[in-house]
Design a protein around this ligand. Structure first.
Ligand SMILES: C[S@@+](CC[C@H](N)C(=O)[O-])C[C@H]1O[C@@H](n2cnc3c(N)ncnc32)[C@H](O)[C@@H]1O
Length: 446
C-alpha cells in the first residue's frame, strides 16, 4: 500500500477513535463521573494536543473540581485552537465571574455575544457582571436586549426586577416580577423578590400573601419565614443567620452611602464621643476592644485611635470585605456574635460594642451573659437598640428588625453582672418622614 494512503487511513481511524472517545467522555461528564470524563478528554489530548473541544471540556471538569486557575488556562488554550467558538468565550466568562472577577468576565461575554448575538443567556450574564461592577445603566441595557430576543426570558425579567428594586423603582420592579411569574408561576425566588418589593412599598397584606406563596413552594427559605413572622406580628427569638447574611451581603456596597449619607446614621461616632467625654475613666486608651456586628467598619474607624487591639466580628462576608478595606481592625472574623463570645477567653476585653446590631438579635439571654463573662472587671459594653416603649421585653417589627424595652435590657444586664452607667434616648436614623427612636446604653462589668 502506498505510504500516503496508509497515513490517510490512519488519520481517518484516529478521527473515528477521537469521536468515539469524545462521546464516551461527554456521557460520563453529563452523568457526573468526572474522573472518567477527565481520563477520556486526556486520551484525546494525548493523540491531538490542540483538540479544542477536549481542552474546553477538560477546563469545565477542572472548574467543577474547584481548580479555577487550571480551568482558565485550559479554556484559553481551547480558544487559541478555535477562536470563534462562542461557547468557549461564554464559559471562560462564567469561570471568571464565579471566581469573583466580573471585570475579566465582561470581555469574554462581549466576545461570546459578538459571535452568537441571538443568545439571551449571554446578555443576561453580561448584565449581571455590569451590575456587580455597579454600572446599572449598562446592566439594564443588557437585560433589556435579552428581553428583546426573548420576551419571556425568566432570569432577565427577575434580574430587571431586582435592579429596579435596588434603585427604588418599585412599581417597575413589581411589574417585572409579575411578568416573571407569568412565565414560571412556581419560582419561590421570584415570589420572595416580589414579597420584598411589596414590603418596601408598604403593601404588607400583599407582601404576606407573596411570602406565604414563597414558603408553600420552598419551606426552607429563612428570609421569607422571618419576614412573614414580622409582618404577621409574631415575635421570634432572633433573626436567622441566613437572613442576616443575605440582607447585608446584598446591602454592603451601598450601606454607608445609604445609612450615613441618606439616613443620617451616626451611632458609631456618638459611641466614640461618649467614650471621650461622658463615661468616667474612659478618656485613656483601651487595651482590647471587640466590635460585634462590625459591618463595614464605621465604629472601627471611630474607635481605632482609642484602642490598642481591635477585633471585628460579623456574619456577612461582604460587610467584612468592606471593613477589611478600611484597614482599621487588627483582626476580622466571620461569625455570629454570641458564638464568637462563647469561644473567647473570660475577662478578655476592655470594651465591647454592638452598634445597631441587637436590631437583628431579639432575645439577648445567650449574648448578655457571655458579654458579662468576657469583659474585664470595670470593662464596658456599649450598645444601641431601637426603643420599644413600655415594660415588655422585645418585639419583632414589620420592618424585620427588633425593638427592645429599656426594662428588658436592664434586667438582662443585671442577670449578667452588668450595671447601667448611662442610658439615653437617641435618634437612630431617618425612617421615611420620621426619625427612628433608639436608646444608647453603656453597661459596666461589676
Ligand atoms: C445595621 S449594621 C451595623 C453595622 C455597624 N455596627 C455599624 O454601626 O455601622 C448590622 C450588622 O450586624 C451584623 N449582624 C447582625 N446579626 C449578627 C449576629 N448575630 N452576629 C454577628 N453579626 C451580626 C450584620 O451582618 C450587619 O453587618
Amino acid at each position: 500500500m502506498p505510504a500516503q494512503t496508509e497515513s490517510a487511513s490512519h488519520g481517518v481511524n484516529l478521527e473515528m477513535n477521537i469521536s468515539a472517545l469524545l462521546s464516551e467522555a461527554k456521557a460520563a461528564h453529563r452523568e457526573g463521573r468526572l474522573e472518567q470524563a477527565e481520563r477520556g478528554y486526556r486520551s484525546i489530548l494525548d493523540a491531538q494536543d490542540d483538540h479544542a473541544d477536549a481542552l474546553h471540556l477538560l477546563g469545565l471538569v477542572a472548574y467543577q473540581r474547584g481548580q479555577g486557575k487550571r480551568a482558565v488556562t485550559l479554556i484559553e488554550k481551547a480558544i487559541a485552537a478555535a477562536p470563534n467558538n462562542a461557547d468557549f468565550h461564554f464559559n471562560l466568562g462564567k469561570v471568571h465571574k464565579l471566581q469573583g472577577h466580573p471585570d475579566l468576565a465582561i470581555p469574554c461575554y462581549e466576545r461570546a455575544h459578538r459571535l452568537a448575538p441571538k443568545n439571551p443567556g449571554t446578555l443576561l450574564n453580561l448584565g449581571n457582571c455590569w451590575r456587580l461592577r455597579g454600572d446599572m445603566r449598562r446592566a439594564e441595557r443588557c437585560y433589556r436586549m435579552a428581553l428583546t430576543l426573548d420576551n419571556n426570558h425568566l432570569a432577565s425579567l427577575n434580574n430587571m426586577g431586582t435592579l429596579c428594586r435596588g434603585e427604588g423603582r418599585l412599581e417597575e420592579a413589581e411589574s417585572f416580577y409579575r411578568r416573571a411569574l407569568q412565565v414560571e408561576e412556581t419560582s419561590p425566588a421570584v415570589w420572595e423578590n416580589l414579597a420584598k418589593t411589596l414590603t418596601d412599598m408598604g403593601r404588607l397584606a400583599d407582601a404576606a400573601t407573596a411570602y406565604r406563596r414563597t414558603l408553600k413552594l420552598d419551606s426552607s427559605r429563612e428570609t421569607a419565614t422571618h419576614m412573614l413572622a414580622a409582618i404577621e406580628g409574631r415575635t421570634t427569638e432572633t433573626a436567622p443567620e441566613a437572613y442576616v447574611r443575605q440582607l447585608f451581603d446584598d446591602y454592603a456596597a451601598r450601606f454607608e452611602a445609604h445609612l450615613v449619607g441618606d439616613l443620617g446614621y451616626s451611632i458609631p461616632t456618638l459611641m466614640r464621643s461618649w467614650l471621650d467625654t461622658e463615661i468616667p475613666g474612659e478618656r485613656e486608651r483601651l487595651e482590647r476592644a471587640l466590635d460585634l456586628g462590625c459591618g463595614t467598619g464605621l465604629a472601627g474607624a471611630a474607635l481605632r485611635a482609642k484602642v490598642g487591639w481591635l477585633q471585628g466580628v460579623d456574619l456577612s462576608a461582604k460587610m467584612l470585605a468592606e471593613a477589611r478595606q478600611k484597614a482599621v481592625y487588627d483582626e476580622l472574623t466571620e461569625a455570629d456574635a454570641a458564638t464568637f463570645l462563647v469561644a473567647s477567653p473570660a475577662a478578655a476585653w476592655d470594651l465591647i460594642i454592638a452598634a445597631d446590631v441587637l436590631i437583628y438579635i431579639g432575645a439577648v439571654d445567650r449574648l448578655m451573659p457571655e458579654i458579662g463573662r468576657c469583659l474585664k472587671p470595670g470593662g464596658r459594653f456599649l450598645l444601641s437598640v431601637e426603643e420599644q416603649e413600655g415594660e415588655d421585653g422585645f418585639t419583632l417589627r414589620p420592618s424585620g428588625r427588633y425593638a427592645h424595652s429599656e426594662a428588658y435590657i436592664r434586667a438582662q444586664a443585671a442577670k449578667a453582672g452588668l450595671s447601667v452607667s448611662l442610658c439615653r434616648p437617641v435618634p437612630l436614623r431617618k425612617n421615611g418622614p420620621d426619625t427612628l427612636k433608639g436608646l444608647l446604653i453603656a453597661l459596666t462589668r461589676d
